[in-house]
Design a protein around this ligand. Structure first.
Ligand code: NI
Length: 170
């Protein structure tokens, strides 16, 4: 496994719509493994392929809780994830992003989502999630369409974060 280069705002890859993965192969799995390692190294809970410079619909997630509530590593690999159901109820969550280092903001998200995707072995799966995991899934699938969490904020708040990022980069 290898740690990949992280792309940060305003790199244009973060604003692009990613391509569907035709088939889950050993090459796909190698990328997923490297993405997970990169995510762990940066202490993230989710990472999308464009964040490591790849225009492909792939994400990795680990919210460190198993379906039965047991703590510890529980990596999720999602290829071509698609949100097929979302609750009308929404929640506000304080989100950050490895591509917008050092910043965070409250974002409104659906409280529950159902996601259809291909797993590590290329098998179709359906995942129902709520609260924290639902938020991560929405944040990461957004990345595949070139959407960042700041795009969900008011223009004022969005500009404030962009200004701070520019200041950091100077
Ligand atoms: Ni992100």
């Amino acid at each position: 496994m290898a740690i990949m280069k992280l792309y940060t705002y305003p790199d244009k890859i973060l604003a692009e719509k990613c391509d569907k993965v035709e088939k889950v192969t050993d090459e796909t799995r190698k990328i997923l493994d490297d993405m997970l390692e990169t995510m762990y190294a940066d202490k993230g809970v989710g990472l999308a392929a464009p964040q490591v410079g790849l225009k492909q619909r792939m994400i990795v997630i680990d919210d460190k809780v198993g379906e039965d509530g047991t703590p510890g590593p529980h990596p999720l690999y999602l290829v071509n994830p698609e949100i097929i159901e979302k609750s009308a109820e929404t929640i506000f969550f304080n989100e950050g992003c490895l591509s917008l280092p050092g910043q965070c903001a409250e974002v409104e998200r659906h409280q529950r989502v159902t996601v259809r995707y291909l797993d590590y072995n290329g098998k179709e799966q359906t995942l129902k999630a709520e609260d924290y995991l639902a938020v991560i899934l929405q944040h990461e699938t957004d990345h595949l369409d070139g959407i960042l969490y700041i795009d969900h904020l008011s223009r004022l708040k969005r500009n404030m974060i962009i200004k701070k990022l520019k200041k950091q980069a100077d």
